[in-house]
Design a protein around this ligand. Structure first.
Ligand SMILES: O=C(O)CCC(=O)C(=O)O
Ligand SMILES: [Fe+2]
Length: 259
């Protein structure tokens, strides 16, 4: 099966990409980053059942891949230079982000292929069977905006839906520390929807999702438009299976596409 998937990837994407320019350092950098490619590996995607369009790939990057990605990010100097904790890039993404975006495309492509070849029951055959539906997977570029965030222990992000100027299909990669991200349905005009989907009593329930280091979240459709996401790292909120999570500095990379 792995060989079959490798051939399939080569057909769809060609051999792993070369760096641009002949410069030696650039070439070395690009070789390192090729380690981000999933060639030869099959990743597991997990659908979060309560939230349509929310997918998690826990083993998206290996520890080695996480370290080389972190050093590429650090070389940008964004997060230390101004001692800021957020850096944004539009348009031409740095090489490492292009590689990351390609790896996401490959991993989703493989999952499409596998779900088709596995003859899933009909109820799973719709768009919802996919971490990204085909129309999002094949748009060009898949992503053209990136945010790198660093959070010190205790720091998080308030509940929000990402701005409407971003298209559907958002990816979040977690590095350096695990955290629990909570999802809650947006209020206002969605009360009917909420009653139908979640039941009256559980309407305000938050759904926790554990984002381990190296994991990738994909949100599209309902998960992107109807659910808020937040990370509360205040004491007492970062619990998983009854245990408080050991909090370290956390870095995340969010990839989106402008409308
Ligand atoms: O840091 C994260 O994991 C989430 C970031 C986020 O939700 C955002 O930038 O919109
Ligand atoms: Fe967000």
């Amino acid at each position: 099966m792995e060989e079959e998937v490798r051939m399939l990837l080569q057909d769809a994407f060609g051999e792993s990409s070369d760096g641009e320019g002949g410069d030696e350092a650039q070439e070395r950098k690009s070789q390192d980053l090729n380690k981000l490619s999933i060639f030869g590996e099959i990743q597991n995607w997990e659908r979060i059942d309560q939230i349509k369009g929310l997918w998690l790939c826990r083993d998206f990057l290996s520890p080695d891949q996480q370290s080389s990605l972190l050093s590429a990010i650090q070389k940008e100097g964004w997060l230390s230079e101004f001692s800021g904790n957020q850096a944004m890039r539009f348009g031409n993404l740095p090489q490492w982000a292009i590689e990351l975006s390609n790896s996401i495309k490959e991993a989703v492509f493989v999952s499409h292929y596998l779900s088709e070849s596995r003859n899933l029951p009909t109820r799973d055959k719709g768009k919802e069977a996919y971490p990204l539906p085909p129309e999002l997977l094949w748009r060009e570029p898949l992503f053209d905006q990136l945010i790198a965030n660093t959070y010190q222990p205790g720091e998080g992000i308030c509940a929000h839906v990402d701005l409407m100027r971003f298209d559907d299909g958002i990816a979040i990669l977690s590095l350096e520390s695990s955290c629990v991200m909570h999802f809650s349905l947006v209020e206002d005009e969605l009360s009917d929807y909420r009653e139908e989907k979640a039941g009256k009593n559980s309407s305000s329930a938050k759904i926790p999702v554990l984002l381990t280091e190296g994991s990738l979240v994909l949100m599209w459709g309902e998960a992107r438009y109807f659910w808020k996401h937040e990370i509360n790292r205040k004491p007492g909120f970062q619990k998983w299976m009854g245990q408080e999570i050991d909090q370290r500095k956390r870095t995340s990379i969010t990839l989106r596409k402008l409308c």
